[in-house]
Unconditional design. Structure first.
Length: 270
């Protein structure tokens, strides 16, 4: 059983909803990322989603685009991200880490090399935004051969047939994009989200995480009533951006925000 599946099984047994924060590796500095990861886990994160900087982040809104630009300006590469996860594993052997990014850096590294190095570093899975299941056979096989989960996105417009197709290749969990548009955009209709999550669960057996548009503890709590995981990205990254000039303050500030999210989610779970 993968670390991701094990974590969701533990949470299910406890009647708890997972909290998955997203940060871009190397934003605002690579040295900040490792202590930030540990701080988020200490504050209540159940999994960590770590963004791999890429020059054309097509699924991301302006907040995460700027984070990627800051990381790229620091020269942060996919290999740097893997090295950060390796260092994270020196202290934390249990918290799942999912990389979120785009196919090009993986193609440059090579599928086999990526899978081997990611597995050796302690990565548990990846969400590759621009890799549809119809084109991912080789990478899916290579990753699964190394015990890595491949997480896929589902959208409000995903048909039943598409959801079933994703369910055939995805592992770990699926990520439901709760609004039409890029990260950080749109108004979150939690009634519609709940209905879609239930529909997804009726079609595939994997846990369903919900992200995009979750801005605060209130919206996190509302989503937690329907989802297996609450995924928060832009709201965290915007706070990091506001502290870019004082990176030493970032871990504690983000930990406070994670703690507030965790508290709101736990009230729903109770």
């Amino acid at each position: 059983m993968s670390r991701i599946a094990e974590r969701f099984e533990q949470l299910r047994a406890q009647g708890r909803t997972a909290l998955i924060p997203f940060v871009t590796a190397g934003d605002p500095t690579l040295a900040t990322t490792l202590p930030l990861m540990h701080a988020m886990v200490s504050a209540g994160a159940d999994l960590v989603e770590l963004g791999v900087p890429f020059s054309d982040p097509m699924a991301d809104g302006p907040v995460i685009q700027r984070a990627t630009e800051r990381a790229l300006a620091n020269g942060v590469s996919l290999r740097d991200v893997l090295a950060t996860v390796r260092r994270f594993r020196e202290q934390d052997q249990t918290t799942p880490v999912v990389l979120m990014g785009y196919l090009n850096p993986i193609e440059v590294m090579g599928y086999q090399s990526f899978a081997e190095e990611a597995s050796a570093a302690g990565v548990d899975g990846a969400l590759i935004v621009d890799l549809p299941p119809e084109e991912g056979h080789d990478l899916v096989a290579t990753m699964k051969g190394k015990g890595l989960d491949l997480v896929y996105l589902l959208a409000p417009t995903s048909t039943d047939a598409r959801i079933k197709r994703i369910g055939e290749v995805a592992s770990g969990f699926v990520y439901y994009v709760s609004v039409k548009g890029v990260t950080g955009a749109g108004h979150l209709d939690t009634v519609a989200v709940s209905e879609k999550v239930q529909a997804i669960k009726s079609l595939i057996p994997l846990p369903v995480g919900v992200g995009f548009g979750i801005k605060d503890a209130e919206t996190a709590a509302r989503v937690a009533s329907a989802a297996d995981a609450v995924i928060v990205g832009s709201a965290i990254v915007s706070r990091i951006e506001s502290l870019a000039a004082t990176p030493e303050a970032i871990p504690a500030t983000i930990a406070d925000f994670i703690s507030a999210l965790r508290g709101a989610i736990d009230k729903v779970d109770d």
